[in-house]
Design a protein around this ligand. Structure first.
Ligand code: FAD
Length: 487
């Protein structure tokens, strides 16, 4: 059995960022992900905001890693060829009582060393955001947006390009420590490693309990979002936040532009018993629209094209009204067992800084030597639809697949779908295609292109139609007999 230096459980943004950071060193690293692709958990279902650090208790790990991550993310995104945008954000006060809250946030931000914060009059806000009305607002220029799935996929793919092994559809079932090695039982066989990193998100408690009695509980808290059609992106250009909802320790329903040009409304905050209950509900759609219209009345109901939800990994119960910090620590009882617990917001922003910290913790166990061959991820980030006519016709001359548009809404071509299917992780579901090239993400939500993508999956992967899946190990797209098959 091969001996890995480090085994990471979970291919979300945290596990993938750690894997990518470790891939700079001469180490054998393996990542186990139970989903059919990386970014199967909460990392794909959030606001995609690069937070500045105005919301977190000074001296907390959340504050530290948020600010450090915010400072690191531009150069990391450049190395990964992932676009991001510093849109800035307004936290708005609708009355004088809320203005005091803005002052409090500004003060926290100052303590956390968030630069250039400014409280400005409602009239000044209107110059930048004509559709918005408020008494005053806190302007936060160092807040930005990134596509959370593009970022996570890029981290993981770049780690693979630098020799990290990712095993998809591989669930960690049990852990044991024998002498100096962890024995890792998975759904695809047994492995062993010197260090285990628990980056299993909402499942972090289950992983801890495989080796010791956990001293914490997880309280899943669902956040639902609405996605607006791109036609309404003109309504705001920055992020618009209310003052935070103190009782629940969440930031409140906000309006967020996405890198793709949609607006997101949400998230709600609802504590749940079941961490897998990712339903979206008609009731919550109505509540979200009502709350957002208080801020931005110009949003029409029929602008909503989709809804999704993400589950927060909270370490405190709903009635505590409290706040819990990230826990990033090595077990006191089991040497080499590193746990990332309660990584809720701002986990996406903090991921690069958390990855550095975990690497430092690993260096207490393993002598880390930099690799000479480490490579960044060179990828043309301009989509076909963003290229000039001249650039497009040059591509079509070389390969006519560039000339066949598969997804009409997002103008995605056959060649882009094929490239998405040829990913280094070998992820092969309909969702893997969608998250890599946007086919199926437009207004019709795959109504037109799904059949064409399935045809290309069949041709490219040489796969029987009955084996094709939507997004997870058992999510088969077709069941029963297909036309032409004998009964
Ligand atoms: C509603 C909402 C909004 C948010 N907005 C923001 C934001 O705007 N900005 C920001 O910075 N942060 C935000 N966050 C926080 C951010 O999304 C999370 O902190 C981050 O995604 C956590 O990443 P993760 O890798 O820990 O978890 P996950 O992405 O959930 O990854 C864990 C992975 O582990 C895998 N796994 C679990 N158990 C096993 C097992 N036994 N074997 C193998 N694999 C396993 C899962 O399949 C999963 O893929 C938000 C979170 C929510 C819920």
């Amino acid at each position: 059995m091969k001996n890995y230096h480090v085994a990471i459980i979970g291919g979300g943004v945290i596990g993938s960022a750690i894997a990518r950071e470790l891939s700079k060193y001469n180490l054998d690293v393996i990542v186990f992900e139970k989903g059919s692709d990386v970014c199967s958990g909460v990392s794909k279902a959030n606001s995609g905001v690069i937070h500045s650090g105005i919301n977190y208790v000074p001296t907390s790990l959340k504050a530290r890693f948020c600010v450090e991550g915010n400072n690191m993310i531009q150069s990391l995104a450049d190395e990964l060829s992932v676009p991001l945008r510093w849109t800035g954000k307004f936290v708005i006060a609708k009355n004088n009582k809320e203005v005091n809250e803005l002052k409090r946030l500004k003060n926290i931000g100052k303590q956390n060393k968030v630069p250039d914060l400014e409280i400005i009059e409602g009239s000044e806000v209107k110059e930048k955001e004509p559709n918005l009305s408020c008494v005053k607002a806190l302007w936060v220029p160092t807040a930005g947006i990134i596509s959370p799935y593009e970022f996570t996929i890029a981290l993981a793919e770049n780690a693979v390009e630098n020799d990290v092994r990712f095993l998809l559809e591989t669930k960690v079932i049990d852990l044991k420590k024998q002498k100096n090695l962890f024995k890792i039982k998975t759904s695809k066989g047994d492995f062993q490693a010197e260090v285990v990193v628990n980056a299993a998100g909402l499942n972090c408690r289950k992983i801890v309990s495989m080796l010791e009695e956990p001293d914490f509980q997880v309280y899943p808290c669902r956040g639902e979002y609405l996605v607006l059609d791109k036609n309404y992106s003109f309504l705001v250009s920055s992020m618009i936040y209310p003052v935070p909802v103190k009782d629940l320790g969440v930031l409140g329903v906000h309006i967020t532009p996405t890198m793709e040009g949609n607006l997101l409304l949400g998230p709600s905050a609802e504590f749940m018993d079941d961490p897998d209950d990712k339903r979206t509900t008609k009731d919550m759609i109505d509540i979200l629209l009502k709350e957002v219209k208080d801020i931005l009345p110009a949003i029409p109901d029929n602008a909503v094209i989709n809804a999704y939800s993400g589950i927060r990994c909270k370490l405190y119960p709903p009635d505590s009204g409290g706040w819990a910090d990230f826990r990033i620590e090595e077990s006191k009882n089991i040497s080499g067992f590193i746990n990332l617990l309660g990584i809720e917001s701002p986990g996406l922003t903090a991921a690069p800084a958390i990855a550095k910290e975990v690497t430092k913790m690993i260096s207490n166990h393993i002598d880390l030597k930099k690799k000479q061959t480490f490579k960044t991820r060179k990828k043309n980030i301009k989509r076909f639809s963003e290229k000039t006519h001249l650039e497009q016709s040059e591509l079509i001359k070389k390969n006519d697949r560039w000339g066949r548009v598969v997804c009409r809404c997002e103008q995605v071509t056959e060649e882009e779908v094929i490239k998405a299917l040829s990913n280094p992780l070998n992820a092969q579901t309909l969702s893997s295609v969608k998250y890599r090239c946007r086919a199926g993400m437009g207004r019709c939500q795959g109504g037109f292109c799904t059949q064409h993508i399935i045809r290309l999956m069949g041709e490219h992967l040489d796969k029987d139609i009955g084996k094709m899946r939507l997004k997870s190990p058992n999510s088969y797209l077709f069941s029963g007999r297909t036309r032409g098959e004998k009964p």
